[in-house]
Design a binder for this molecule. Structure first.
Ligand code: 6PG
Length: 242
């Protein structure tokens, strides 16, 4: 794993850097494989990045987007990660519908939906059960409790290592999420973290020793590149030697 850390002066600088990096990774994958697979982060932080991507000139027909996690709500629900990305990016660029792979959240059975998404992933990557898809790029955020995707502290989802997709739980609310092994199989993971409220969690994540069950983001150690893009508020206690 190659680890990179940049602390950017403010949110705008962070989004500019993220756009440059994501664009480079997409072009790299398309140049070598004629295709690129990306898993999107949810929450608020990535929204301006998706808005910026809507202005970019990229070969959308060669890109496939998935989601690293999803709240278990309808796609029309304001909480839906899928809804946000479609509204600010995928719809405005007329992203090819067949290249958009949302997590299913309407059967009423999260475990079944998780299984079906796993099956769709294996089909898309033309793999057999037990194989790990290698995403070209996985975007992640981090909560102030050091969760990432929907891998929340002290939840069973953190220990799932025989599946690609599992059911996470936030205060008892189900969410679908990539598992740690699936994220760690990625060629490149980029964390986007902003705000002073993330400082304490980041300190624990970057600490030499701490419990991954308490600070799940520590469990993300991808076989490829791991990028941390922090704004100054979030990264106040983090230095580049970390
Ligand atoms: C979600 C995300 C989640 C998010 C963090 C940070 O579905 O909410 O996947 O893991 O990345 O909670 O959220 P903010 O970017 O809103 O701080």
């Amino acid at each position: 794993m190659q680890k990179y850390l940049e602390v950017l002066v403010d949110n705008k600088a962070l989004i500019d850097k993220a756009l440059t990096l994501v664009t480079a990774k997409i072009n790299e994958a398309v140049a070598t494989k004629e295709r690129c697979t990306i898993a999107l982060a949810g929450g608020n932080t990535p929204k301006p990045l998706y808005q910026a991507l809507a202005q970019a000139k990229l070969p959308w027909e060669k890109i496939h987007v998935f989601w690293g996690d999803e709240r278990y709500v309808r796609e029309t629900d304001p909480l839906s990660n899928q809804k946000m990305a479609r509204e600010v990016w995928l719809t405005p660029v007329n992203f090819p519908p067949d290249n958009i792979h949302p997590m299913p959240t309407s059967s009423g059975d999260p475990a079944k939906d998780a299984y079906n998404y796993q099956r769709d992933l294996l089909d898309h990557f033309q793999l057999s059960p037990g194989d790990l898809p290698v995403f070209d790029l996985i975007l992640l955020g981090m909560g102030d409790d050091a969760h990432t995707a929907s891998l929340f502290p002290q939840t069973e989802a953190l220990t799932v290592n025989d599946r690609l997709i599992t059911v996470g739980s936030k205060d008892g609310e189900p969410r679908l999420t990539f598992t740690v092994p699936l994220i760690n199989a990625a060629a490149c993971v980029i964390f986007l973290v902003t705000g002073a409220n993330k400082q304490q969690a980041l300190k624990q994540v970057f600490a030499p020793e701490a419990d991954g069950m308490l600070y799940p983001t520590r469990l993300i150690q991808p076989q490829g590149e791991l990028w941390w893009l922090l704004d100054q508020e979030a990264g106040a206690n983090i230095n580049s030697e970390t």
